[in-house]
Design a protein around this ligand. Sequence first.
Ligand SMILES: Cc1ncc(COP(=O)(O)OP(=O)(O)O)c(N)n1
Ligand SMILES: Cc1nc(C(=O)O)sc1CCOP(=O)(O)O
Ligand SMILES: [Mg+2]
Length: 352
Amino acid sequence: MNDTSLTLMQPAVWRILDANFDRAREGLRIIEEWCRFALNHQAMANECKQMRQELGMWHTPEIRAARDTARDVGTALSHPREEQRTGIEQLLQANLCRVQEALRVIEEYGKLYSPSVSSGSKQMRYRVYALESNLLTYRRRQLLANARLYLVTSAAPDLLLRVEAALQGGLTLVQYRDKQNNDIDRLAIAKQMCQLCHHYGALFILNDRVDLALAADADGVHLGQQDISIALARQILGTQKIVGRSTTNPEEMERAIKEGADYIGVGPVYETPTKAGKAAAGLEYVQHAAKNATVPWFAIGGIDNTNLDDVLKAGAPGVAMVRAIMNAENPTHAVQFCLGMLNRVPQVGARV
Ligand SMILES: Cc1ncc(COP(=O)(O)OP(=O)(O)O)c(N)n1
Ligand SMILES: Cc1nc(C(=O)O)sc1CCOP(=O)(O)O
Ligand SMILES: [Mg+2]
């Protein structure tokens, strides 16, 4: 490229850089506010602030001077989706994308302006990817720590409708448990259920199958005592995903926690046709968990609204249910009722 053509295109390049420095900084500010005021997460808020300051240094007066808002044909353009965000997750995601796109533009057009700005922008884009992954992991762990009711699904002709009804009652944690479909159907259902859960801001966990959890981009997997090790599941899924483990006695609980389970199932509290043949561990095991568990845990097995109070009195901070929700006439009301009871009992100490 010769000097003349460079001079001719310079105002356009500077206008592009100016607009994208603004875009990246604004997006970062929106994410920073959430990290600071909602998550109270100093490290993530500081990372956003530092990136904004670095962008501010690259955004020199000469680039700012190229701004020509009056002639900008793009100021009135907005996508209908920009006006409507259904939840905080979507809002954060949209702004992370906005920052990543702006940094990519700066990286490319920056090559015509300053190689150091271009390469700095590329490095910053990778920092934003890391921030995105940290934010997602943090949100997952928070949702898990705060979840008190866990729906484990059973086969139903209107499975997704029932899960949606339960989500409408305020459920934030769902496990897809399917012992009868083939893998093609399982994966298709898992993907749909995952989307549904995320639409309602809930976590989606897959029972047994790490491979399908990965393929469906689930938030995690639930492993039984006969399934693969927690370490191997992490190796396959990555450190950001949740790995839960069933436990039936104090030894299994201790081992699951030592092996790094993110949460444990504690049961069966009562014998249940959903898991026929498995002896009840009883309320004594719930009491043991209440004293000893150091990760989030859910009492499971035969729990419904007739005995929930006993399970809560034994010290369970959260419960997992199949029939009480899946077979309820109205899953929304069933969830609301159980959450009402669960929330009457204050959370004693930290669950994480
Ligand atoms: C929350 C929760 N706890 C325990 C179980 C049981 O898991 P597992 O022992 O693998 O048995 P199946 O569910 O596979 O029959 C669970 N699913 N969820
Ligand atoms: C899937 C499962 N796991 C259990 C365990 O103790 O590990 S009990 C259970 C079934 C729970 O079903 P319901 O709520 O219908 O009794
Ligand atoms: Mg299992």
